[in-house]
Design a protein around this ligand. Structure first.
Ligand code: SF4
Length: 575
């Protein structure tokens, strides 16, 4: 499709031809056509005064941006392990049959594109897909047939998302639209707010757990004409969806938390970086922003839509993306609190952290600290999925044992429990007395339960494939190391591993985690090192099988290994 030049002109003028708004500009170019054409690129380049190569390198970085016709209507199937266990392969087959194309293809008339993507944040209602960027959950083969009919007839597809609030209210008030006049932040000074947040011991809820008070304090200490408060709503860790629920249920408390942070550090600029998978929440958030008037502190808010890149959950990668670039993590220091968005002091906290900060200022430090442990005070939200009777959101005190969580969620014959998503750790039933806390088992909010019937290697391979696909490729240990780790793991799954491969796994894990630039590479081997400890027999079984193959059918085993490696590599190389 050749786009009229005037369309691109009006897109450029809407964003003042500003290359730092490239993400928005590219999204706008996708409207209607579904991709950015070569002629669009030339015009964009001239309009913004940047090279075609620069725009192309940004375009190619994000899963949801396209440079070739990819269907006016798109289907993205969630390929997380939770979705696979919930029957995604049947759903995928049904879509392929109904549309007459394979995943990665576009229908002959160019109308419908079928693709796969990483976890879309719907693990409590899998299998799910994004259709025209609207989530459609709990898919069945029958529903797929209906959807395909609707798509072919040009009809809109009905989206459906549930917020399963299973056990909440321990500390967070889940009532909508609470009066902000109840917040102590209205009358407290910036320094008093800071003292309260520091005294609460609130730690960032995104995974790293850095002290929120400390972060705000450092940012506050810098003199600057501008500062920024950024909400990281890019929760891309597979199995995590609690920020999605907060964005939907408590947008006012989020904005309130950001206003409190703004008052504290001296900023009136707030930006919410929303992952593209949650684009369905964009309108309701915009409405919440329009209505938001704060007696605490006036802020200008805007929302930046991501475009599908897990690594943008890392704060410096998020800032790069926000500035219209590839989401590649920066070398630190300097940290964002000193030089963040466009070089100004910036705090980046996630959705849950801002909501909890708002709650601390409504209630009290003592009430917050009455929950949790010394080093992990307060509560946190868990997104629970997998083989459980009650998947959904749980507000729990830090320090709760895994055993108690398993009871609460009605775990079904659990064997492997993954705490903190693929970048977290997995434990066996022998370790369920361990506690979810920074002292023992930290988590960014995901808890996945896998029953005895599940193939553990399949789970681990799904996680490693995720890291291979999501590595930004900037540093070699992560770009190449994760492929090597994944291939080593595959040898065990196929029973083709040698005894020395255990040491190789450990050595490569150590190298990747110690020498990678950002958290992705630093944590991607966690699942291997923890599963080696939790399930030594599993790995042994991969070695013993090799001997059988060696004596009886070595060529068959080698062929299976080679073809699976090639298939996985082809999968990872997909745009
Ligand atoms: Fe990119 Fe991985 Fe290096 Fe992070 S560790 S900068 S994701 S290549």
């Amino acid at each position: 499709m050749i786009r009229r030049e005037s369309e691109i002109e009006s897109i450029l003028s809407k964003f003042q031809n500003d290359p730092s708004r490239l993400m928005d500009i590219l999204w706008a170019c996708h409207e209607g056509a579904g991709y950015v054409s070569k002629s669009d690129l030339t015009q964009l380049s001239a309009g913004m005064g940047v090279s075609v190569a620069h725009i192309q390198e940004v375009l190619s970085f994000y899963h949801f941006f396209r440079q070739v016709p990819s269907g006016r209507r798109t289907i993205y199937l969630d390929n997380s392990i939770i979705a696979q266990h919930a029957g995604m392969s049947e759903i995928k087959k049904a879509f392929e049959t109904e549309l007459g194309i394979k995943v990665g293809g576009v229908t002959e008339d160019g109308q419908i594109g079928l693709f796969e993507t990483s976890c879309i944040g719907m693990s409590d209602q899998s299998p799910a897909a994004l259709i025209d960027f609207l989530p459609v959950t709990q898919l069945t083969v029958q529903r797929v047939r209906e959807i395909c009919k609707e798509l072919k007839s040009g009809l809109p597809v009905q989206s459906h998302v549930s917020n399963y609030l299973r056990s909440v209210g321990l500390f967070i008030n889940w009532s909508k639209s609470l009066p902000q006049t109840d917040s102590r932040a209205v009358s407290l000074s910036a320094s008093e707010i800071l003292n309260e947040i520091k005294a609460s011991g609130l730690r960032g809820c995104g995974g790293a757990g850095f002290s929120t008070g400390k972060k705000w304090e450092i940012c506050k200490s810098y003199e600057s004409p501008k500062k920024y408060v950024i909400c990281n709503a890019d929760e891309g860790e597979p199995g995590t969806f609690k920020d999605r629920v907060l964005l939907d249920e408590l947008p006012d408390q989020l904005l309130e938390g950001m206003a409190i942070a703004g008052k504290c550090i001296g900023s009136s600029e707030g930006i919410i970086y929303l992952r593209a998978e949650y684009r369905y929440l964009l309108k309701s958030l915009q409405v919440a922003i329009q209505k938001f008037r704060s007696p605490i502190h006036q802020m200008n808010f805007r929302i930046q839509l991501g475009a599908g890149a897990y690594v943008c959950g890392e704060e410096s990668a998020l800032l790069e993306s926000l500035e219209g670039k590839r989401g590649e993590p920066r070398i630190k220091p300097p940290f964002p609190v000193e030089k963040g968005y466009h070089g100004y002091p910036t705090i980046v906290n996630n959705v849950e952290t801002f909501v909890l900060a708002a709650e601390v200022m409504r209630k009290s430090v003592d009430e917050f600290r009455s929950h949790g442990t010394l080093k992990s005070p307060g509560v946190r939200l868990l997104s629970v999925s997998g083989d459980v009777g009650l998947p959904g959101i749980y507000e729990v005190p830090w320090g709760i044992s895994v055993a108690d969580v398993l009871l609460l969620v009605q775990a079904q014959d659990p064997a492997l429990i993954q705490i903190g998503g693929p970048s977290g750790v997995c434990i066996s039933l022998d370790e369920i007395d361990r506690r979810i806390s920074f002292e023992d088992l930290p988590t960014g909010g995901s808890l996945m339960v896998f029953s005895q019937s599940r193939d553990k290697f399949e789970i681990l391979l799904n996680f490693m494939n995720f890291f291979v696909a999501e590595s930004c490729g900037n540093c070699t240990p992560c770009r190449a190391g994760n492929v090597i780790l994944r291939d080593l793991l595959l040898k065990f799954k196929l029973g083709y591993a040698q005894k020395e491969d255990i040491d190789k796994l450990k050595q490569w894990s150590n190298l990747v985690s110690k020498t990678s630039r950002c958290g992705l590479g630093a944590t991607s081997p966690n699942v291997l090192t923890s599963s080696l400890k939790a399930f030594p027999d599993l790995y042994q079984s991969g070695i013993n099988q090799r001997e059988r193959h060696h004596y009886f059918d070595l060529s068959k085993a080698t062929a299976a290994y080679d073809s699976t490696i090639q298939a996985l590599r082809a999968e990872s190389a997909k745009p």
